[in-house]
Design a protein around this ligand. Sequence first.
Ligand code: SAM
Length: 283
Amino acid sequence: MAQIDDLPPLRDVIAAHGLNARKALGQNFLLDLNLTMRIARSAGDLSNTTVLEIGPGPGGLTRALLAAGAKRVVAIEKDPRCLPALSEVSEHYPGRLDVLNADALTFDPSGLNGEGPIKIVANLPYNVGTQLLINWITTENWPPFWSSLTLLFQKEVAERIIAGPGTKAYGRLALLAGWRCTSGKLFDIGPKAFTPPPKVTSTLIQLTPNPSPLPCNLKALETVTATAFGQRRKMLRASLKGLSADTDQLLADAGIEGTARAETLDIGAFVGLANAFSRRRNA
Ligand code: SAM
């Protein structure tokens, strides 16, 4: 594949700026710009879009997003050592890249939604990736400030996000994601593609917001799923005991058999359970 830009190879960038990877920051860098280009293209047409990237590091994915035509990229990087390398990318793409030295966990991206929903694309640091996803899918306003999430996770975490009922990976994360989003796997990336290589395979997934998720109170949904999956092998009439003095009636209100188990219930059933739980609480 052709070179994606005239900037130096990422290995040289890392050497020039002394960017030895730090485990505490989840730094596993992608140095193959053809691969980062494949990720960037998976996010679709970026020409009219502001893209939010979390953790640009030495800039491999950032460069691909810009080369793929992103109108503007806002990149949030916690490690100040990466800033000089990212400045070189900004100079190469004048006016199209803003780098903020910040912690993505405390940065509020909803204000970036100036000219329409943004796309979020990231090779996420493994230690904060799940929390960031939860923040984005539990945002108060819906439809949210983003139109798609194209995210690289450890394979096992990706499976827990996109899992359907009846599978081992199905649980709280799949419920939350499936309630508000449609999600799917794009492709796997083996450990050798990263520097340093992690122990496990990674998976690129994509989530798009459902315009009208089933009406449900988020806190109630979180409470019932946490309780039900806290003891996932038990029948619901046992695992939900802590939720209500009359678990059998709660389940009957939601039209769910007491002998069912959490992992067999689909999202509609959990929403029904959360709504029955809310009604009893407010009664
Ligand atoms: N995007 C680069 C790539 O694909 O090669 C680097 C990805 S690396 C897996 C994760 C990046 O996230 C690192 O650059 C790390 O410094 C950064 N990072 C870690 N924790 C962060 C946080 N809380 N907020 C923002 N960036 C963070």
